[in-house]
Design a binder for this molecule. Structure first.
Ligand code: ADP
Ligand code: GLC
Length: 492
C-alpha cells in the first residue's frame, strides 16, 4: 500500500513529545512489511539544524512553487531526505517565515499564534507537491490537528477535485487536548467549501476547530490506545469533543503505539555506560551507578530510585508527584526527574532539588541522552498522568527492566499490569487509580516493599520480555488503512 504520513513532528528532525517518536518509527515498520511510505513535514528549524550537524542537506525534490492562502501567495520549497536506517523518504515543506523557529509550535515574532496559517500552508503545499511529483498515496494519514486539513480537503473538496477520487484519509489523534482552535473569521484561509463551516464540519461553537474538522471528515479515526479510544467518547475524557467522537464511534479505533527498538534497546543503547539484556543484568546496575553519580545520589544506597521524565504540563500529573516528593524522600525513596515546560512546575522542581540534596534531583530542559540513562538507571519509573493517550516512557521503562508505577488511565492501563500481591506471573509494574498524593505515595511505598525481593526480579523479567515493538502495531495499521479505503468505497 502507498501511505503518506503528514505530521508536524518526526524523529530525528523535530520532536516535542511522543508524536515525533511515532512518526519516526511507524513508517519504517510499515515499510519493513512491504508498504511504500513517505513522511511529509514542515522544514522546521530543528530539521535544518539536524542536517547541518550531520554535514548533510536534503535534496531539492521540486522547483519552488507558490501556494495561495486567502489571496496571499506563499513561495514554498520541497526538499527530500530520508529517515535514518529506514529508507523511508521524508519530504520537507520549506517556508522560512513560518517554520524557521526554535520552538516548533511557538507563535510568530509578534506573539501571534499563526498555527492555522502555518499548517494550512504545510498541508496545501504537501498535497500540491504530491501532484507535481505524480506520487499519489492510497491513504493520506494525518497526525493530530496540524495535518487534519488533509482529511477535510480529501472529504469535502473531492467533488471539485478528481485527484482525491481514489484516496482515503485517516486521522490519528495523539492527544485530544490539542485541537487547533482559531477564530471563525479565519475559516476562509483553509480553502474549504463554505458549507464545511458548520456543525457537521470544521466549526465548533463559532470557532474553527481543526481537530474536530478532521474527526468529522476522516474515513477512519484512530487514536493511540484502546482505552483512550473509549475514554475520549465520555464527557470526562472528551475535551469537549466527546459528542462528535460518539457520532463517529463506528469509525474510531485505538491502536497501541510501539517503541523503536533501534533507539530504545538496553542491549545496544549508546547512551548507556554498559549494555544489558533480560538474561544479563549487570549493565543495569552500572547504569544505576552512573545515574546516581550524575544526580548527586549515593550509588551504594540500596534504596529505591524512581525516575520521571516528561513535558511539564497538567496532563502528566507531575504537580501531584511533586506534592508527594517530601513524604516519599523522608521514607528512603530517591527521585530523579527530567522535564521542561510549565514555569511553576519548573520552579517547584528547583526548590525541591535545593532542599532535598541527595534525595531529589531535578534536571530541567530537554535531554535525550539523560532520558535514556534515567530509563536504564532508575529502579522504577513513575507516570502519574491525569490522562495519557498512549505514553511511550512506560514502554521504554518496561523494555529497560524498570517497572513503571502508573496511574491506570489510557495507554498506561493497556500496557502496565500492576502487581496486586497475587499476580507475579503476569505483573510488570504498579498501578493506582486516584490522582492524589496519598494514592501515589501508597503505590510507591508498595513498590518500595517489593523492591529487592524475588518478586521484583519477576516483574523485571515480565517487563523485559513483553513485545512492544512497532511490528505488532503496524499490522493493526494495515487493517485500519484497508478499512479506511473500504469505508470510502475503494479497493486497496
Ligand atoms: P507525550 O507525547 O505526551 O509527551 P510520550 O510518553 O508519548 O508523551 O512521549 C514523550 C517522549 O518525549 C519520550 O520519548 C520522552 O523520552 C521524551 N521526553 C519528554 N520530555 C523530555 C525531556 N525533558 N528530555 C528528553 N526527552 C523527553
Ligand atoms: C501524545 C500523547 C502520548 C502519546 C504520544 C504519541 O503526545 O500525549 O500519550 O504516546 O502522543 O502517540
Amino acid at each position: 500500500m502507498r501511505i503518506a504520513h503528514l505530521s508536524s513532528e518526526c524523529v530525528p528532525f523535530a520532536k516535542t513529545g511522543g508524536l515525533g517518536d511515532v512518526v519516526g518509527a511507524l513508517p519504517k515498520a510499515l515499510a519493513a512489511r512491504g508498504h511504500e511510505c513517505a513522511v511529509w513535514m514542515p522544514f522546521h528549524l530543528p530539521a535544518a539544524e539536524w542536517y547541518r550537524k550531520h554535514n548533510l542537506w536534503p535534496e531539492q525534490a521540486l522547483a519552488p512553487f507558490s501556494v495561495d492562502v486567502l489571496g496571499q501567495r506563499y513561495q514554498v520549497g520541497v526538499l527530500r531526505g530520508e529517515l535514518p536506517a529506514g529508507a523511508v523518504p521524508v519530504y520537507f515543506i520549506a517556508h522560512d517565515p513560518f517554520f524557521h523557529r526554535g520552538p516548533i509550535h511557538a507563535p510568530n515574532e509578534q506573539g501571534f499564534d499563526d498555527g492555522l496559517w502555518r499548517f494550512t500552508l504545510f498541508v496545501r503545499a504537501a498535497l500540491e507537491a504530491m501532484r507535481r511529483l505524480d506520487d499519489k498515496p492510497q491513504v493520506l494519514h494525518a497526525h493530530d490537528w496540524h495535518a487534519a486539513l488533509a482529511a477535510m480537503l480529501c472529504a469535502w473538496s473531492g467533488w471539485r477535485d478528481r485527484w482525491f477520487d481514489d484516496v482515503a484519509a485517516m486521522l490519528t489523534i495523539h492527544n485530544l487536548a490539542y485541537q487547533g482552535v482559531y477564530g471563525g473569521d479565519s475559516f476562509p484561509a483553509l480553502g474549504l467549501p463554505p458549507e464545511s463551516f458548520g456543525p457537521g464540519g470544521v466549526e465548533l461553537h463559532g470557532d474553527v476547530n481543526l481537530l474536530k474538522g478532521g474527526i468529522a471528515a476522516a474515513d477512519l479515526i484512530t487514536t493511540v490506545s484502546p482505552t483512550y479510544a473509549r475514554e475520549i467518547t465520555t464527557p470526562d475524557g472528551g475535551a469537549g469533543l466527546d459528542a462528535v467522537l460518539r457520532g463517529r464511534g463506528d469509525r474510531l479505533l485505538g491502536i497501541l503505539n510501539g517503541i523503536d527498538i533501534e533507539e530504545w534497546n538496553p542491549a545496544s543503547d549508546h547512551h548507556l555506560p554498559a549494555h544489558y539484556t533480560v538474561d544479563d543484568l549487570p549493565g543495569k546496575a552500572l547504569s544505576r551507578r552512573a545515574l546516581c553519580a550524575a544526580s548527586g545520589l549515593d550509588p551504594d544506597d540500596p534504596g529505591l530510585v524512581v525516575g520521571a521524565i516528561g513535558r511539564l504540563t497538567g496532563q502528566k500529573g507531575f504537580d501531584v508527584l511533586l506534592g508527594a516528593v517530601p513524604t516519599l524522600c523522608s521514607s528512603g525513596v530517591r527521585i530523579v526527574m527530567l522535564g521542561s515546560g510549565d514555569p511553576a512546575l519548573e520552579a517547584e522542581m528547583r526548590h525541591l532539588d535545593a532542599s532535598l540534596p541527595g534525595r531529589f534531583k531535578a534536571f530541567l530542559g530537554y535531554d535525550e541522552s539523560r532520558a535514556h540513562l534515567i530509563e536504564a538507571g532508575a529502579d522504577a519509573f513513575i507516570m502519574p498522568s491525569r490522562f495519557e493517550p498512549c505514553g511511550l516512557n512506560q514502554m521504554y521503562s518496561l523494555a529497560y527492566g524498570t517497572p513503571p508505577i502508573v496511574r491506570r488511565t489510557g495507554g498506561l492501563a493497556d500496557t502496565v499490569i500492576g502487581f496486586d500481591g497475587a499476580n507475579p506471573a503476569t505483573a510488570n509494574g504498579f498501578s493506582f487509580d486516584d490522582l492524589t498524593v496519598p494514592a501515589l505515595v501508597g503505590a510507591v511505598r508498595f513498590a518500595q516493599q517489593v523492591f529487592g525481593t524475588p518478586v521484583w526480579a519477576r516483574l523485571v523479567r515480565n517487563a523485559m520480555k513483553a513485545d512492544f515493538s512497532w511490528g505488532r502495531s503496524a499490522i493493526h495499521y494495515e487493517d485500519a488503512y484497508r478499512r479506511a479505503r473500504e469505508l470510502r468505497g475503494l479497493a486497496w
